[in-house]
Design a protein around this ligand. Structure first.
Ligand code: PLP
Ligand code: COI
Length: 341
C-alpha cells in the first residue's frame, strides 16, 4: 500500500477511515516480557495462522485523539486514562498489560512522527489514535497466547456521526452487545463484532446508531454502539447509565466533571427506556462521537423526540464548547487532561 501524504487530504471533508500513514509503534511480548518497542514504517503484521487473536478474539484496543492547537502545537486528551483502561481490558482477557507510562510515551512518539497529519486548527478534524494489543502466539485449545503484539496506528478523521452537532435518530435493538458478566466493560473486538449486525440494520432503516438495552430485561438504556448515552433532565440533572456491561467512557467521566462545573447535579444511574420524558436534551459521548445530540430514540415503533430533531440543545452545546475548548487548547481544563505532544 502506498503511504498517504499530507497533500492527499481535504481536512474540512474527512470521513472516519483508515489511512496508511508513514509511521506506527510496535512492541512484542515474548519469553514472559515486553521487548523494547519502536517506531516502524511497516503497516502489516505477520502472525501464525493459529494466533489466539484470530480464533478466540484475544485482543483489546483503545481510541483517543490528537488535537491541533491555535499555536500550532498538538494536544492529546487524557492518554493516561486510555492506558489504564487498556490494562483493565487486558486483565479481563488474560493478556499482559502494556506498561502505562510507556503507553503514553509511545502515543506521543507516534503522533510526533506523523505530526504533519494532525489536521489544522479550525478544520474540525483530528488525528485518531488507535492502540491495540493482540495475542499472536499459536493456540489450538482455548487458552491465552504466549506471544503478543502491542501497536499504535494513527489516522486523520472527521465526524463519526454524519452532521456533527446536528441531532440524529437512534433506535433500540432486540440484540445485546454484551452480558452483565461478559466483556462489556472491556474494550474488546468481540463486543464490536456483536454490534455489526444490529448496527447495519439500524443504518439500513435510516438510524445513525443502535441504543442497546440491559441484557436481562431490555428496559433500561445501556449505551450506544460506539458511545455512552447522557440525558439532561428538565431540572438540570446530567444522567448517564450505570451498568456492569458498558464501556467506562473517558469522555463520560470528563463530562460528568464538566457538567458539575456547570452547576448540574450529575448521576450514573438506571435510565428506563420508558422514562425519556424526564429529559430536555440527550446525547452520545465518546472519543469518536465527541458529543453528538440524540434527536430521537425509536423503541418498539414509538419515536421519542428530545430537544429537537434539527437543532442542538443549549446545554449540550455548552458542554461541547467547554470540552472542545479544553481539547483544542483554547481553554484550561482540570490538571492533566490536555497533554502536550
Ligand atoms: N462505548 C463504546 C461502545 C465505545 O466504543 C466508545 C468509544 O470508545 C465509548 C463508549 C466512549 O468511550 P470513550 O469516551 O473513552 O472514547
Ligand atoms: C472510539 O470512540 O474510540 C471508539 O472506539 C468508537 C468506534 C470507532 C469503535
Amino acid at each position: 500500500m502506498t503511504k498517504a501524504q499530507p497533500s492527499d487530504f481535504n481536512w474540512e471533508d474527512l470521513g472516519f477511515e483508515y489511512h496508511d500513514l508513514p509511521y506506527r509503534y510496535r512492541a512484542i511480548y515474548r519469553d514472559g516480557q515486553w521487548q523494547a518497542g519502536e517506531i516502524t514504517e511497516d503497516s502489516s503484521i505477520n502472525m501464525s495462522e493459529a494466533a489466539a487473536a484470530i480464533h478466540y478474539g484475544q485482543q483489546v484496543f483503545e481510541g483517543l485523539k490528537a488535537y491541533r492547537r491555535s499555536d500550532g502545537g498538538v494536544n492529546i486528551f487524557r492518554p493516561d486514562q486510555n492506558a489504564a483502561r487498556m490494562r483493565q481490558s487486558a486483565e479481563r482477557l488474560l493478556m499482559p498489560a502494556f506498561p502505562e507510562e510507556t503507553f503514553v510515551e509511545a502515543v506521543q512518539a507516534v503522533v510526533k512522527a506523523n505530526q504533519d497529519f494532525v489536521p489544522p486548527y479550525g478544520s474540525g478534524a483530528t488525528l485518531y489514535i488507535r492502540p491495540y494489543l493482540i495475542g499472536t502466539g499459536p493456540v489450538v485449545g482455548v487458552k491465552p497466547a504466549d506471544e503478543f503484539v502491542f501497536g499504535i496506528y494513527v489516522t486523520p478523521v472527521g465526524a463519526y456521526y454524519k452532521g456533527g452537532l446536528t441531532p440524529t435518530a437512534y433506535v433500540t435493538s432486540p440484540y445485546d452487545r454484551a452480558a452483565h458478566g461478559g466483556t462489556g466493560r472491556a474494550k474488546v473486538g468481540g463486543n464490536y463484532a456483536a454490534s455489526m449486525l444490529p448496527g447495519q440494520q439500524a443504518h439500513a432503516d435510516g438510524y445513525s446508531d443502535v441504543v442497546y438495552l440491559d441484557p436481562r430485561l431490555h428496559e433500561t438504556i445501556e449505551e450506544l454502539g460506539s458511545a455512552n448515552f447522557f440525558g439532561i433532565t428538565h431540572d438540570n440533572r446530567f444522567l448517564t447509565p450505570k451498568s456492569p456491561s458498558i464501556l467506562p467512557s473517558i469522555t463520560k467521566y470528563s463530562l460528568l466533571a464538566l457538567a458539575e462545573e456547570a452547576g448540574m447535579v450529575t448521576e450514573e444511574t438506571t435510565i428506563s427506556i420508558y422514562d425519556l420524558d424526564q429529559f430536555a436534551e440527550a446525547g452520545a459521548m465518546g472519543t469518536a462521537a465527541v458529543i453528538s445530540p440524540v434527536g430521537s430514540i425509536t423503541h418498539n415503533g414509538n419515536k421519542h423526540v428530545f430537544y429537537s430533531e434539527t437543532e442542538v440543545g443549549p446545554k449540550t452545546q455548552a458542554l461541547y464548547d467547554r470540552l472542545l475548548g479544553i481539547q483544542f487548547g483554547d481553554a484550561t481544563g482540570p490538571e492533566g487532561w490536555a497533554v502536550d505532544v
